[in-house]
Each structure stands twice: as C-alpha cells, then as structure tokens.
Design a protein around this ligand. Structure first.
Ligand SMILES: Cc1cc2nc3c(=O)[nH]c(=O)nc-3n(C[C@H](O)[C@H](O)[C@H](O)COP(=O)(O)O)c2cc1C
Length: 189
C-alpha cells in the first residue's frame, strides 16, 4: 500500500485525547496550511479558521451549552448542559473550520462548500501524518445564532466543523465501511 492510501485507511475518529498535552503550534499551523491546499474552483479559497485553546475552550463550552438550552423546545436537564459545556475541554486544541463562500457570477455556493469539505479531509489526514488524533464535531446547535456569534461568522459563512485535535489516550474503535463495490456502477455504453 502507498503512504497516502495507508493514511486514508488508517485515520480514525478519536474521542479520548489527553486534554493537557497540546500539539505544537508548528503542527497546528501545518494542519491548517494543508487545509488551504484543498482544490477550490476559481481559487476562491472559501475558508477561514479559528483556533480555540486553553481558556477559550471553556468559552466555547459555555456557548455550546447556551445554544443547546436555547435551541431545545423542552427544558434541557442541567446534567446534559454540563456535559455539553465540558465537551471542548476533552481536547487541548480545537480548530473551527468555517466555510466562507465567495459571491460571483460563476461561483456556486455548493462548490464552495465542497471545497471546504475537501479542506476538512486535508486537515484530518495532515494531523494523522503527524501522529495527532482528531475528532470532527458538529451537532445541530453548532449551527445556531449563538455559535455563529461566537465564531464571528458573517453573511453566508457556515460552520463546516470543529476539529478536536490532540494525542490519543486509550483505544480507538476500528473503522467500518460498506464495501466500495456496493456503491459503484461501471458504464461502458
Ligand atoms: C461533517 C461531519 C460532521 C461530524 N460531526 C460529528 C459529531 O458531531 N459528533 C461525532 O461524534 N462525530 C462527528 N463526525 C465524525 C463521524 O461520526 C465519523 O467520521 C464516523 O463515525 C466515521 O468514523 P471514522 O472517522 O473513524 O471513519 C462528523 C463527521 C463529519 C464529516
């Protein structure tokens, strides 16, 4: 197997990270730089990044819990809110990838989001290549007004994902996929 295929196959979502052991700034920057090499039509580069670390993780947790409370039609039990508030503290660093679509005659909103998705995968693979663990986090309340405000999102900007990043502790579940041939048709005529 070649190195790229091996990286694609062996990358896994990792939820148990050492919350106190932060990756180096240079590794974080390399992960972000890898994102920016994703293909993007018309070179619109429809992305920006917010790196959340240290105390800022607590503020993100507050914003997530508040969004959850406001977004629910029923009263959310305090333990559920506390769990949400704690989530960002489970990783030393969180990189928010924000899709920042450009406008223009030939620019398609869909293509802008697809490009941002490609940037996300570049981040995960780059992190994996440095021995870093990642977990992609979203959830319905991540798309709320409160979280938009937290990340100072404007206009058509969309949160693509929050990438929790750090060093693995404990076991990671093995990957699982439908055999690819079940998803393919070949046409010759
Ligand atoms: C756009 C996007 C959003 C995701 N959001 C979440 C999430 O909110 N919580 C979560 O546990 N996993 C989330 N994931 C990760 C998937 O659950 C994970 O990739 C899937 O279980 C497959 O596992 P693997 O990454 O180890 O192959 C998200 C993945 C993507 C691409």
């Amino acid at each position: 197997m070649n190195a790229v295929i091996d990286a694609i196959r062996s990358r896994r979502t990792v939820k148990k990270m050492d919350a106190d052991l932060a990756p180096s700034r240079s590794d974080i920057e390399s992960v972000i730089e890898a994102a920016t090499w994703a293909p993007n039509h018309h070179l619109t580069e429809p992305w920006r990044f917010v790196v959340i670390e240290k105390e800022a993780r607590r503020k993100l947790g507050e914003a997530l819990a508040e969004a959850m409370a406001k977004g629910s039609k029923d009263v959310v039990p305090p333990e559920r809110l506390a769990k949400e508030r704690e989530k960002p503290l489970s990783a030393p660093v969180i990189i928010a990838l924000i899709g920042s679509p450009k406008q223009g005659e030939n620019i398609s909103a869909q293509e802008e989001m697809v490009a941002a998705g490609a940037a996300l995968q570049n981040m995960l693979l780059a992190a994996h290549s440095f021995g870093l663990a990642t977990s992609v986090r979203t959830g319905l309340h991540s798309y709320s007004e409160g979280i938009r405000r937290f990340f100072e999102m404007q206009g058509d900007e969309r949160l693509i994902a929050m990438v929790y990043i750090g060093y693995v502790t404990g076991m990671t579940a093995p990957g699982k996929r439908t055999p690819f041939r079940d998803k393919v048709v070949w046409r010759e005529s």
